[in-house]
Design a protein around this ligand. Structure first.
Ligand SMILES: [Zn+2]
Length: 372
């Protein structure tokens, strides 16, 4: 800094006004330049720009002193002020460039992506194996032209038993281990359906009630309930009911549909056999076995050495069932069968215990999900 010119006034050393102003400007410039270098970021720098060069900034307040100068001095100090202003502006611009570069680098550093790190895999849910089984089975029947139908899980005795040729006191009612709701006297007892066969009754009733008539070909998947729990039984399980009613439907049609369905579901040509059996709602009735899918008929633990595994119950719809819904059994006949979904899924995937389906062990469910 140049030394200001001093002179004596009334015996005191004083600076000339112009030199005092110049001195102030020099101090201001030094202070400003130092503060620009210390600015932490662009926002702080902008605050400094306003503080020094703004309308109410420090430079402006110094300029207020110019008015006190002699008119001849004003251009001199004017040049000085302009030089200071230019120096500050230049320094601010330079600092701004530096800070911008610095901030960009910081941002890049913060957003740095290490492409060699292993990715975070998102957990994917899978369909429950029983639901997968239901979907696969229903899809096969749908491809064969069967329409999908559903019915209520809370049923009455008429749809669950009476209409299916299981009258009151019939021993088959006891076999079903039914969950009954508490009955309030007059009304028909409500119950949790013990099979999906009531959907057969409801579908045929709805068809007749709307003035329709067979042919009817329906697949009805759903939950059913029985009071039973062990390795092969659960109080809630799933069935798929399949039936067809038309003129001249025969046992041969039943066998053809079963053969196609079971081979499609197990994804290989399976041999089937029909064993005579008794069900109240079909006549004749047959239990259906497939050649053991584990030992190819040679005999193993699953088929208990017989080479055959029972998979479902079937038969020709009993004339009494058709009569109960108002279909003339002299003109129409039909076949029906009901299969246990869990049982078929267990056989297809070699699952030893039915309870695995209901324990919700994620490891089991995930492994099963990976099968499809
Ligand atoms: Zn076997």
């Amino acid at each position: 800094m140049a030394l200001p010119f001093l002179f004596v006034l009334n015996g005191v050393w004083v600076m000339s006004e112009i030199d005092a102003l110049k001195g102030e400007l020099e101090v201001l410039q030094e202070k400003a330049l130092a503060s620009f270098l210390k600015a932490a970021d662009l926002t702080a720098l902008q605050t400094l720009r306003v503080a020094y060069l703004g309308k109410k900034g420090e430079l402006t307040s110094v300029l207020k002193g110019v008015g006190k100068l002699a008119p001849a001095d004003r251009p001199v100090i004017g040049q000085f002020v302009n030089a200071t202003k230019a120096a500050l502006a230049e320094a601010l611009d330079a600092a701004e460039v530096l800070l911008a570069v610095k901030e960009k680098q910081q941002r890049i550093e913060a957003e740095r992506l290490d492409v060699t790190l292993p990715g975070r895999s998102a957990t994917r849910g899978v369909l429950h194996p029983v639901q997968q089984g239901l979907n696969e089975m229903t899809a096969i029947f749908a491809q064969m032209g069967f329409a999908i139908a559903e019915g209520p899980e809370i049923e009455d005795e008429f749809h669950n038993f009476d209409a299916l040729n299981i009258p009151q006191e019939h021993p088959a009612r006891a076999m079903h281990d039914t969950f009954f709701f508490e009955s309030s006297g007059e009304q028909q007892a409500k119950l949790l359906r013990t099979h999906t066969s009531p959907v057969q009754i409801r579908t045929m009733q709805a068809c007749i009630a709307s003035g329709g008539k067979p042919p009817l070909a329906v697949v009805a998947p759903g939950r059913v309930y029985r009071c039973d729990y062990d390795v092969t039984h659960s109080p809630m399980f799933h069935q798929v009911e399949v039936f067809k009613v038309d003129k001249d439907v025969s046992l041969a049609h039943l066998k053809g549909v079963l053969q196609h369905f079971l081979s499609a579901y197990f994804e290989k040509e399976v041999s089937i056999r029909l064993r005579p059996h008794y069900f109240p709602f079909t006549e004749p009735s047959a239990e259906v076995d497939i050649g053991c899918v584990f030992c190819a008929g040679k005999g193993c633990r699953i088929c208990k050495g017989s080479g055959w595994v029972e998979v479902l119950g079937s038969g020709m719809i009993h004339p009494n069932v058709l009569k109960s819904v108002g279909i003339d059994s002299e003109i129409y006949s039909g076949f029906a069968f009901g299969l246990g979904v869990e049982r078929l899924v267990m056989l297809k995937h070699g699952i030893p215990d039915l309870r695995l389906f209901f324990e919700n062990d994620v490891r089991f469910l995930r492994r099963m999900g990976a099968n499809t």
